[in-house]
Design a protein around this ligand. Structure first.
Ligand code: NHF
Length: 471
């Protein structure tokens, strides 16, 4: 099949969150199965065109209608690992950062219109748009007379961000103003429009696909999603297991494998040294990597941290987010020197050293479409302690309820439940010996590569093509 992806962020070119990891690694897995994949992303100004050898000139340009004017778009591209990456270039789209500007809605609407112009020439079998930034492409493609044979797939990575904006944006890219029931007067909701019009809608875990049909997780789109229930797929993300590999990771102090885990202790001591923790081999080190926001359970983490440190645990936290929480964590780190190491911001290499050097990994999310941190920590033999929600529920099995378990989990969104899961993890960690080693080994041996999920995507594309033919 010929498949074209569109997304705002794609690793390694531009990355803010997990979306970039997925769109940066699933295409290669599809290409390995024999499919022809291209990936469209905006040429953000932060993308290092020299490092990635992105040509300054592009073979093709399009003049795209944009409101009363026309926008000139160029499409420089490179091929890597059998996948074509097409960088959509326009001064109206590219900014230093991926998101965070007053005109994000317009920039991404133009991005969608620009991708459409190129796809109308290449006519792929499947157009696969990700999250709200690429959502209007779905409706544009569905209405294009030049693309009758292209099936559309829309993947929700996070339903909380829908791109709601003024309906003016629709006129800019030539879409009708006719409203969906969930849209307010003069409002456009790109994500809702994609959900309503895609041949197939998917999300990034089986559990999240069920959760979003309920008011608790549906972000007010649960009704619309229930209408599309028969066309809604949940496919759990994989990770790039070549990149995330403790036997060859260039950023960590020592390499190790499931068969010989001795290097992990070296990584732990190096992490303690690097982050200013007391170097103590027996102290349980807990890693936290992610945005310090409510979605990720930062309130539970904040509530439980002093207790955890009191119990002799050490905490390494890497992330940025809500300024109020950042401040509280700064204060706590001041008070708890040697026991709590805080890095506000993001540093991919440090993240890998935390995955490798920690004993356990905390993810008490309020909701979690899939979650990648728990998959990476499993791969590095770092035992996850998570809330059983969304993709975390699909990928972490509590060892206290399942002899073949790979971690610890709790259900109710409460500090007490989280503390109980940590307490059980601490207990097993301190008992140590063969059972703990066996738990870690099992975690490391699990296969969270894209292999299985990529096949499910291919199945889903088949369903989308069938739906399109029927339509
Ligand atoms: O894994 C990539 C990621 C998910 O749970 C994550 C999220 C955003 O919130 O699919 O997207």
């Amino acid at each position: 099949m010929r498949i074209s992806f569109a997304a705002a962020e794609v690793a390694p070119y531009a990355k803010v969150g997990g979306l970039a990891d997925v769109v940066g690694s699933l295409p290669q897995a599809l290409a390995a199965l024999g499919h022809e994949v291209s990936v469209y992303l905006p040429l953000h100004r932060s993308i290092d065109v020299v490092k990635f050898a992105i040509p300054a000139k592009s073979a093709r340009t399009h003049s795209v209608p944009y409101g009363a004017a026309h926008a000139r778009i160029a499409y420089p591209e490179i091929t890597r690992d059998g996948v074509r990456f097409v960088f959509v270039r326009s001064f109206r789209i590219g900014r230093d950062k991926v998101y965070g500007y007053a005109d994000d809605a317009k920039r991404y609407a133009l991005f969608c219109r620009a991708v459409l112009a190129d796809l109308e020439e290449t006519k792929p079998d499947v157009i696969h748009a990700h999250d709200w930034h690429a959502a209007l492409l779905v409706q544009l493609a569905a209405r294009s007379r030049k693309l009758p044979g292209s099936a559309t797939v829309f993947t929700i990575h996070n339903l909380a961000y829908q791109g709601r904006t003024s309906a003016d944006v629709l006129r800019l890219v030539g879409l009708p103003r006719s409203r969906l029931a969930v849209e307010g007067r003069d409002e456009a909701n790109p994500m809702a429009r994609a959900i309503a019009t895609a041949d197939i809608v998917s999300t990034v875990s089986e559990r999240y696909a069920e959760e979003i049909l309920t008011p608790e997780f549906g972000e007010r789109l649960e009704g619309l999603l229930r209408d599309r229930r028969d066309d809604l797929w949940g496919i759990t993300n994989g990770i790039d297991t070549t990149f995330f590999d403790p036997s060859r990771d260039p950023h960590i102090a020592a390499h190790y494998t499931a068969d010989d885990q001795s290097g992990k202790a070296v990584c732990k001591a190096a992490l303690q040294t690097e982050t200013g923790l007391t170097v103590q081999p027996s102290a349980p080190v807990f890693g936290v990597i992610g945005r310090l926001v409510e979605q990720k359970g930062v309130d539970l983490l904040t509530a439980v941290a002093p207790w955890l440190l009191d119990k002799g645990g050490q905490l390494v936290v890497l992330g940025a987010g809500d300024p109020t929480y950042e401040q509280r964590w700064r204060e706590l780190a001041q008070k708890m020197k040697g026991r709590l190491a805080l890095t506000l911001g993001f540093d991919a290499a440090l993240a890998q050293r935390i995955y490798a050097g920690s004993d356990m990994f905390l993810m008490p999310s309020r909701f979690e479409p899939c979650g990648l941190g728990q998959l990476i920590s499993l791969r590095y033999g770092t035992v996850p302690v998570v809330r059983a929600v969304g993709g975390l529920a699909n990928t972490v099995r509590d060892i206290d309820g399942d002899a073949r378990g790979n971690g610890f989990s709790f259900t109710k969104y409460e500090a007490a439940g989280f503390a109980d899961a940590i307490e059980r993890a601490l207990h097993r960690y301190r008992a140590g010996g063969q059972p703990w080693l066996a738990l870690r080994t099992r975690a490391m041996r699990e296969d969270h590569s894209w292999k299985a999920s990529a096949r499910r995507y291919v199945e889903m594309y088949g369903a989308a093509a069938k739906a399109r033919r029927a339509a």
